[in-house]
Structures are given as structure tokens and as C-alpha cells.
Ligand binder design. Structure first.
Ligand code: C2E
Ligand code: CA
Ligand code: CA
Length: 846
């Protein structure tokens, strides 16, 4: 076997003159050595008997046949063949005198390369074979094997023969490899080790098989020299079979390596994908370098690797220049659109042509690379979206501060972590008169103020503090790790004083006043209790016109408004001091009563009847909210049943505090009452205040879906006043919208109010929601609302809130109607386009 010499690609490719000179010198030396051997052989060749001339002729033919490369390996820009010349030369060496071995090799080697056009290449390769053959021939004759003068081979015992052939084979291999590798490394610049590494195993096997075959053939030839002729087709057949086998195996290995690389690309991080690709690809294609250019990013990115390491990763424009030739394949996005991502390039020092199978592999690699890049990008995007969602869930979009949920969670965590040193405290800050800023300067100015306040609080906070916006103009700061309770007070004062300097809004100086309440973490009750206490303190500060108040247990009950003595609420519930009045909701066109809203009152033994404005806030903060809500619901359902028994089957609308929705037992309490009174769920409408809190908490979502699934109707109260009406609506699946009184009052005078009503009605129509107007006080308002497409309304025009019995009497008196119809029968009117939806109020005249 011999290493078929590689060759450079045309003289023009030689750009290193020194290396070229070295090369020429080396080639010249080898050719000269070969020529010397040949000269010696010709001068010393013994004459052969004519009848045995067939032997050198056959041997020459075998050498020629065996010399064509079995497999051709490209290492970087250089090709290298592996041939099975060695066996034929061993055969020659064992059966012919040394000079004839050289002559036969010369003729055979030249004949097998008859197709090569480059004389330099032919003479080098032939010379190499000659020198190696000479060495093998001398070795074998020194080891005592050789024909007699009349070419009769007289062999020693098989072990001796095998040893001699092995010795000759080693000598041949040493010279062959030495000469071949030297040239190869001179040409390709690859190291000797690298040159050896390629297909060393194939080389070894081919050489071993050659030794065995040569030994067998030699024994056969001794038996009958004519058998050598039969060897010729055998060699050709073997040559053919091995060639296929070797090729197949090389191909399979290459695919396995490719698959291995594709596996390595299966990572989620883009940079890891790119780096793995450029590190592995050069080896796969025996390229000097591989690079990926991503052209769909700004700036275009180039990643380059060579020999298992990363060579460059950065903008294309800044990449080091590279001499030589490239082969590139486009990287397209997988899938139908196939938008280009960039290119994958193989780089070589010299021009290289890939064979068909290599091109196919490159194409395959490119498509798995495209997929890997696409996957990594999709993954990165997913990660980003998740992070954004997590951020949005924990932050207030306006100020970027933590939101209520985040505050509660963090406070919970600091409560749970028993190892935290120091004291935990909560500071609640509420801006005074913020509504006026909104009303006079507009919401944009209000937002500016909130952002400025948020910024100042953040600046004043220390590390470890958590500043949050609870909604509206309420802020909270969670202070942890305080050394003493007194420090909490100091910190609170510092936080509040940062709000004192005027705030510039639209070129105006505004002074923001705020009230703050501070409370220390309670022994029990957790976060909720801490919040409640801070709230109580803040409320106290507000009432007393103080800047800051600290929660004190002794004052908890007395200071929550003089009316609201702790025991009083409990008593109020126990003694049924809370009662409910009903305000009819009327079909605007016909004047028929279609429903009624329950409004709570407190009949206080000392202070007389109190309105929700006066007591609700306190009830909500006390432990009595559930009992209060239950009392209201109980009375409302009792009323519904009494009206129904009298023939007026009206649904009732009951107001629900946002805080009730945080109570997971609330839905069950409501549904139990419905069952107890045998009132169908769809006869109950729950009116929800439109607050941000509502739309932010999962527990609220769950509470509401539970109620809704049971058939209870939901209405969004005071619609239009919140900043995020649409956001709330998208999250809360309600059946009804109640337009706030603010717009109804202004419906005739303000085109903006009219526009809000019109768009609310439109919204209701497209979402199949009923729209009810609140606070209708005059006929012109009623008419205007009806013209705008609003179906139902409530207000002093029709009736003030009244007790259930009076409501029934009113219904009976008017046979269910409370007002004259808008239009007399026969009058020509243009009816607003109206569609009755499934969610429309019952009893609406069609
Ligand atoms: P709301 O839900 O907006 O209720 C309508 C309020 O407008 C009622 O005030 C009602 O008396 C008043 N109103 C009705 N028609 C007119 C009108 O034509 N002109 C004017 N100027 N006002 C009118 P009220 O009864 O003082 O209730 C105030 C708020 O208290 C209610 O606002 C509701 O949010 C809350 N509320 C009432 N009852 C309950 C209850 O049982 N539970 C809870 N959580 N909140 C309640
Ligand atoms: Ca209401
Ligand atoms: Ca309302």
C-alpha cells in the first residue's frame, strides 16, 4: 500500500514562495533517489530465461492494478489517496531479483499513472514507489529470500517466509509513509500528526491484508509460477471490493459525525448553538475554518471557528480578513416562509471542490443548523415573554413600582423567614386631594404626579425596602430589618418629607400633601393584619390632618372614626341595625320597572340613619364585612321573594365590596343564600366596583368565575370613571355595565359625556352587555340617554331608594311601571337601533 501523493492546485495557488521552493527541492530529491535506484537496477539486472519472462510481466501488471487509490481523503485543501500497492511490491520482492523488482515497480507505477497529466506529480509518485520498493527488495533478500538466477523460487519454511515478508513490509511502509507524509505536510501545512490521523485504521488494515495476501500468493507461485497470472483478476476484484467497502465505511462515519454534530446543536441558547457549529464543522469537512454569518440581525453577526476552537464572534465588519477560498450554503428559516437567516461558510487556504456527498452533507448540516438557530431564537423569545409576564404580574405599569400582589408576597416571605433579623414595618402613604389634580389638570398630569411621587419614594428608600403602588394614589413601603421600633418612625418621616418639595407638572408647581400610617409587624394575623393596622394609622393621620400616624393598639377602635367603636359594628350586625333600601331600575322607553338595586343603610341608635359613605370604609376594614354583606344579601333576597309572591318577578342588584371578592368563602355564602330562598341565580346581579385590584388578583378571578358559572349575573359599577375600564372588562366577564352618574348628569351639556355614553352603549352592544344609566334626574336626561341607545336607567327621576314594602306598593300602584312611556302610541319616532341580547335584563319589553 502506498500513500498516493497529494498535489497542489495549479501553480497560481502557490503564494508562499519559500514553501514552494522547499517543496520543489524535496520533490527533486525524491525523484533523484528514484532515478538512481532505477539506474542501478538497469545496470545490475540479470538476464532472465525467456520462458519465465511472464513472471515479471505479470508482477508489473499486478503492481499497476494495485496502485490506483482505494480511497481518496481530502485534508483541508489537499487530497490524499490510500492505495494497496504494498502487497504487489512484496510479491515482486519475494519472487524477483532485486533489480527486476525495481524495474517492474517503475513500469507498473508509471503505467498506473498514465492518466495523470502533471509530469512532476507522476515522477514524484513513481520515484517514491521505486525508493520504497528498493528498500523492501533489499530487506527481503537480506532476510534470505530470493529467486535463483533462473527465477525458480525456493522458499524457506512458512514462519521464516512470513517473518521476512513482514520485515520487508515494515521497511516498505516506513519509507512510504515517511516520504508521503513529508510531502503532505509540506503541501497542506497540516502537522504530521494530523496527516497521520486521517484513516490510520484503514491504512493499517489495508497493509495487514496486503502482507497476508502477498504471503499466500508467494507460496502459490512457488507451487506453480503460472498461478501468478491468475492473481491479476483476483487483485482487481479485491481492489474493487475494498474500494467500495472503504468508501461506504468512510461515508457512514462521516454521517455519524454529522449526526453527532447535529445533536450538539440541540441546545437552547443561540450562542451555544453557533459556537458548537463553528467548532465542529471544520473537522467534519476538513476545512481550515467554518463560519456562520447571521444577516438578519443588526449588526450582522459573524461567528468563526477552527480546529475545535472559537476564532471570532462579533460584528461582520470587524472580523479579521481571511485569505483563501470559501464554500457557502444559505441558512434559511425552516418552514414554509424560508426567510434567509444567513450563511454557513467553509474556508480553505486554497480552492477546493467538494464532492457530491460532501455537498449533500453540508446541505444537511445547514438545515439542522437553521432549525437549531430558529429553535434557540424561539426559546429566547419565550423566555423573554415569560420574564415580561412575570414582571408585569408583579409591577404597576404606570410607575414601575411593585404592585399590591408583589408587596403582599414579599411581606409574606419576610414573615415566613424567621431568620430575618430586626423588625418589619409597613408604611402606607395616601396622597391628599389627588382627585383634584386629576379633575383639574387631567389624567396625564395625574399620572405625572404619581410617577414623580414613585420616583421620590424609591430614591428615599434604602436597600431592603420595597416600595409599591397599591392602586390610585396609595403607596406602601415595606421596611425590613429595622433595629428598633423608633427607627420605623424616623424612616417614615424621611419618606414623607421627600414629597414636600413642589412637583413641576405642565410648567406648574404643585405641592403634594400626603398622609402616612405606619405599623409594626403584629405577633399574629400576618400580612393582612399588618396592612390593616397601617391602614388604620393612615386613616387616623388623614382625619387628624397629621403627616404621619403610628398604629397603636389602644387607639385602633377609637380612632377609626368615633362612630365605629369596635363593639358597635358587631352590635349593629347582631341587632340588625343594617337595613336595605331599593331603588328601581327602569326601562327608559316604557317606564316599566325591570329590576332594583339594593342600597345599604345603618340605622344607628344615636346618630340616626347613616349612608354607605359614612360607614362602608370602616365595615370593609373590620372583621364584620362578611356579616354585613350577608345581612344585605339576606334582606335583598327576602325582598325578591316577597315581590315575586305578589306577581313582580324582578331581579335584584346587590353591591359587593372588592374586599369580599378576596374572601374565598364568599361565593359559597352567596349560593347558599340563593338556595335557602329558592331564588334562581340569574335573579341576582352583583355590582362590582371598577378597581384595579379587581383585575389583578387570581383569587378574584376564581371567586367571580365560581359565581358566574353558577348563573349569578355580574355588573361593572361606575363604568367609565376608572383609568382602565377596558382592561378590567377584558379580564372580568360581566353581563352589565352601569354608566356612572358623572356622565349622566352631563349628558345634555357635554359632548364628551355623550361620547362616553355612546361608546359604552356600543361596547355593550358588541359584547352583548346590558347598559344601565345611573342617576337619571330629569326627563331630558332620560330622553337623551334613550337617543344614545341606552336601554335602562335608575335615578331620582323615577324613584329614590325605598324600603321593600314601599317598593312593592309602588309597583302595584303603577302596575309595574314608574313613569309614562317616552312616546305616545302613534307618534312617529326614530327608534335607536337596538338588539336584545341573551344577557339583557329580564322583563324588558321587546
Ligand atoms: P352606587 O352603587 O353608585 O349607588 C348609587 C348611589 O347613587 C346610591 O347612593 C343612590 O342613592 C344614589 N343615587 C341614585 N339615584 C340618584 C340620583 O338620581 N341622583 C343622585 N345624586 N344620586 C342618586 P348611596 O345609597 O349613598 O350609595 C353609595 C354607594 O355605596 C353606592 O354607590 C355603592 O357603591 C355603595 N353601597 C351601597 N350599598 C352597598 C352595599 O350593600 N354594599 C356595598 N359594598 N356597597 C354599597
Ligand atoms: Ca351600585
Ligand atoms: Ca354607581
Amino acid at each position: 500500500m502506498s500513500g498516493e501523493a497529494p498535489w497542489r492546485h495549479g501553480a497560481s495557488a502557490v503564494n508562499d514562495a519559500k514553501a514552494d521552493k522547499q517543496l520543489r527541492l524535496y520533490v527533486g530529491l525524491v525523484a533523484f533517489a528514484g532515478f538512481c535506484c532505477l539506474l542501478w537496477a538497469i545496470s545490475h539486472a540479470p538476464a532472465l530465461p525467456a520462458e519465465r519472462l511472464f513472471l515479471p510481466a505479470a508482477v508489473t501488471t499486478i503492481i499497476a492494478a494495485a496502485s490506483s487509490p482505494l480511497v481518496s481523503v481530502r485534508v483541508r485543501s489537499e487530497k490524499r489517496g490510500i492505495a494497496a500497492t504494498s502487497g504487489s511490491i512484496l510479491l515482486a520482492a519475494a519472487t524477483l531479483p532485486v533489480p527486476w523488482v525495481i524495474i517492474c515497480t517503475t513500469v507498473g507505477a508509471l503505467a498506473s499513472r498514465i492518466m495523470m497529466r502533471d509530469p512532476l506529480k507522476v515522477s514524484y509518485n513513481a520515484s517514491k514507489d521505486i525508493v520504497a520498493a528498493t528498500t523492501a527488495a533489499f530487506t527481503i533478500s537480506v532476510l534470505g529470500i530470493g529467486p535463483t538466477a533462473d527465477l525458480i523460487v525456493d522458499l524457506p519454511a512458512p514462519p521464516h517466509l512470513a517473518a521476512a515478508i513482514l520485515g520487508a513490509a515494515l521497511a516498505y511502509a516506513a519509507v512510504d509513509e515517511l516520504l508521503g507524509m513529508t510531502l503532505f505536510s509540506l503541501l497542506s501545512g497540516a502537522s504530521w500528526r494530523r496527516a497521520m490521523r486521517g484513516h490510520w485504521d484503514v491504512t493499517l488494515v489495508v497493509r495487514g491484508v496486503n502482507i497476508v495476501l502477498a504471503t499466500l500468493v508467494v507460496i502459490a507461485v512457488e507451487y506453480d509460477s503460472l498461478l501468478v497470472v491468475a492473481t491479476i483478476p483476483t487483485v482487481l476484484a479485491l481492489q474493487f471490493a475494498t474500494k467500495n467497502k472503504v468508501r461506504q465505511r468512510a461515508d457512514q462515519e462521516a454521517w455519524q459525525r454529522l449526526a453527532g454534530t447535529a445533536d450538539q446543536l440541540n441546545v437552547t441558547e443561540l450562542t451555544a448553538v453557533l459556537h458548537a457549529a463553528v467548532r465542529r464543522t471544520p473537522e467534519l469537512f476538513s476545512a481550515d475554518q467554518a463560519e456562520i454569518e447571521l444577516s438578519d440581525v443588526d449588526p450582522p453577526r459573524l461567528v468563526r471557528g477552527e480546529a475545535g476552537r472559537l476564532a471570532y464572534d462579533g460584528p461582520v465588519a470587524e472580523a479579521p480578513r481571511h485569505e483563501g477560498s470559501t464554500i457557502e450554503v444559505p441558512l434559511d428559516r425552516p418552514g414554509s416562509d424560508g426567510t434567509p437567516i444567513g450563511v454557513l461558510r467553509l474556508r480553505f487556504r486554497k480552492p477546493v471542490k467538494l464532492d457530491e456527498s460532501e455537498r449533500y452533507k453540508l446541505q444537511t448540516l445547514a438545515s439542522s443548523l437553521s432549525t437549531a438557530i430558529d429553535n434557540a431564537r424561539a426559546y429566547a423569545q419565550l423566555k423573554r415573554i415569560n420574564a415580561e409576564n412575570a414582571y408585569a404580574a408583579a409591577h404597576d405599569p404606570l410607575t414601575g413600582l411593585a404592585n399590591r400582589r408583589e408587596l403582599l408576597e414579599q411581606a409574606d416571605r419576610s414573615f415566613a423567614d424567621r431568620h430575618t433579623d430586626g423588625i418589619t414595618a409597613m408604611l402606607l402613604i395616601d396622597l391628599n386631594h389627588f382627585k383634584e389634580v386629576n379633575d383639574t389638570l387631567g389624567h396625564a398630569a395625574g399620572d405625572d404626579v404619581l410617577r414623580e411621587v414613585a420616583g421620590r419614594l424609591e430614591d428615599a428608600a434604602q436597600s431592603g425596602d420595597l416600595v409599591a403602588r397599591l392602586g390610585g394614589d396609595e403607596f406602601a413601603i415595606l421596611l425590613t430589618g429595622l433595629p428598633t421600633p423608633a427607627v420605623a418612625g424616623h424612616r417614615a418621616t424621611a419618606m414623607l418629607s421627600c414629597l414636600e418639595p413642589p412637583i413641576m407638572v405642565d410648567g406648574m408647581q404643585l405641592t403634594v400633601e400626603a398622609a402616612g400610617g405606619i405599623a409594626l409587624a403584629p405577633g399574629s394575623g400576618g400580612v393582612q393584619e399588618l396592612m390593616r393596622r397601617a391602614d388604620v394609622a393612615m386613616y387616623q393621620a388623614k382625619r387628624n390632618g397629621q403627616g404621619i400616624a403610628t398604629y397603636a393598639h389602644a387607639q385602633d377602635t377609637t380612632d377609626v372614626g368615633r362612630l365605629m367603636l369596635g363593639g358597635e359594628l358587631t352590635r349593629a350586625v347582631a341587632k340588625h341595625e343594617f337595613y336595605v333600601e331599593f331603588q328601581p331600575i327602569v326601562d327608559l322607553a316604557s317606564g316599566d320597572v325591570v329590576s332594583a338595586e339594593a342600597l345599604a343603610r345603618w340605622h344607628h341608635p344615636e346618630h340616626g340613619d347613616l349612608t354607605p359613605m359614612q360607614f362602608l370604609r370602616t365595615v370593609e376594614r373590620s372583621g364584620q364585612l362578611a356579616a354585613f354583606a350577608d345581612a344585605v344579601l339576606e334582606q335583598s333576597l327576602t325582598a325578591v321573594v316577597s315581590w315575586r309572591d305578589a306577581g313582580f318577578d324582578l331581579p335584584v342588584a346587590v353591591n359587593v365590596s372588592p374586599r369580599s371578592l378576596l374572601d374565598p368563602t364568599f361565593p359559597a355564602a352567596v349560593l347558599d343564600r340563593l338556595v335557602a330562598h329558592a331564588v334562581p341565580a340569574d335573579r341576582l346581579v352583583l355590582e362590582l366596583a371598577e378597581t384595579l385590584t379587581l383585575s389583578q388578583l387570581d383569587v378574584v378571578d376564581r371567586t367571580l368565575s365560581e359565581l358566574r358559572d353558577a348563573g349569578v349575573r355580574l355588573a361593572l359599577d361606575d363604568f367609565g370613571t376608572g383609568v382602565s375600564s377596558l382592561t378590567v372588562l377584558s379580564r372580568l366577564p360581566v353581563h352589565q355595565l352601569k354608566i356612572d352618574r358623572e356622565f349622566v348628569t352631563a349628558v345634555e351639556t357635554s359632548s364628551e359625556a355623550a361620547a362616553v355614553i355612546r361608546s359604552t352603549v356600543d361596547l355593550g352592544r358588541s359584547l352583548h352587555l346590558t347598559v344601565v344609566a345611573e342617576g337619571v334626574e330629569s326627563e331630558p336626561q332620560r330622553h337623551a340617554l334613550w337617543e344614545l341607545g341606552c336601554v335602562a336607567g335608575q335615578g331620582h327621576l323615577f324613584a329614590r331608594p325605598m324600603r321593600a314594602e314601599r317598593m312593592l306598593a309602588t309597583l302595584q300602584r303603577g302596575s309595574g311601571a314608574l313613569a309614562e312611556p317616552l312616546h305616545e302610541t302613534g307618534a312617529v319616532v326614530r327608534l335607536p337601533q337596538r338588539r336584545r341580547s341573551r344577557n339583557a335584563l329580564p322583563h324588558l319589553p321587546a
